[in-house]
Design a protein around this ligand. Sequence first.
Ligand SMILES: NC(=O)c1ccc[n+]([C@@H]2O[C@H](COP(=O)([O-])OP(=O)(O)OC[C@H]3O[C@@H](n4cnc5c(N)ncnc54)[C@H](OP(=O)(O)O)[C@@H]3O)[C@@H](O)[C@H]2O)c1
Length: 301
Amino acid sequence: MENSPQHIVVLGPGGVGGLIAALASRAGQRVTCLASESTADVLRRDGIAVSSAQFGHFTAPVEADTTLCEPADLVFVTVKATSLEAALERLDPDAIGDALIVPLLNGVDHMTLLRERYSPGQVTGGVIRVEATRPRPGIVEHASSFADIDLASSTTDHARLDEAAATLSAIGLGARVLDDEAQMLWAKLSFLGPFALSTTVNRAPIGVVRTEHADELEAMIDEAALVSYAECGARFDERARQLADALGDAAKSSMLRDAEAGRPTEIDAIGGALLRAGERHGIDTPVIRDVMTRLQPQQSS
Ligand SMILES: NC(=O)c1ccc[n+]([C@@H]2O[C@H](COP(=O)([O-])OP(=O)(O)OC[C@H]3O[C@@H](n4cnc5c(N)ncnc54)[C@H](OP(=O)(O)O)[C@@H]3O)[C@@H](O)[C@H]2O)c1
């Protein structure tokens, strides 16, 4: 039983999802990627080719379809927030069986959407630390020397998370089960929000932000800390500052890279989530609000 392959489904086989799918396939799991017809065609024909300093260069075969037709054991949701609602149409609640659903999107608001659509007992929070891109369908470039997933859930049995973490470890990923879902998600957003918003609004890498827009970055970290404390009882401003200080000068957020490439950005899932949570608790976030206002024209351009 322990060694029988699991059916692992990846909804959105891009940088994050493609890496997980390829690693799982290489480790002997049955993998189905859910994607658009054109991407599914490429994946069925060519598999997923990974280029990674950590995992090496390899190509792994995967099954691919546009909707889920057979029950799964684990479902990774790895689309960007801007595509989430459309992508979930591919994942019929009646088709997933008893699968554990693991979203790895940045932000926090997707958790509510997923728990409204699927049984809450099947939905866990997840966070991934990785740098991976999908230059074109079926190709994954994994640039970081790490690929680590944290799981925590306010609605799922802990034993299921332990099993999922064991599967992730077995395919080569770092995996931990944490106790507090809200703190796990807010720890990430408390850093990512200020980093993504400051680099994107200034169209500059972190080195320029640290020297020319340090007050704005600091203020957003402070505001995010207040909101985080209200949401989950913990603030992560010290950690956010350390992470922002540790980045190389040239580091850009994926939000900035998306904006530069003219792709939709996750501004609502990241900055919007901070604003909405602040409003829920009556916490003013003037600097984040101002940055979001300045970003709106960039969004529609
Ligand atoms: N990449 C990272 O290093 C990283 C690190 C931490 C967290 N994250 C978070 O992880 C999430 C995914 O990011 P990513 O960088 O992996 O994104 P990505 O490379 O753009 O991949 C997204 C994938 O979703 C697919 N997709 C889009 N709309 C779809 C739909 N309607 N149905 C099915 N598939 C659809 C895309 O398909 P096509 O290939 O057909 O376009 C693409 O394969 C984001 O929330 C991001 O913030 C990313």
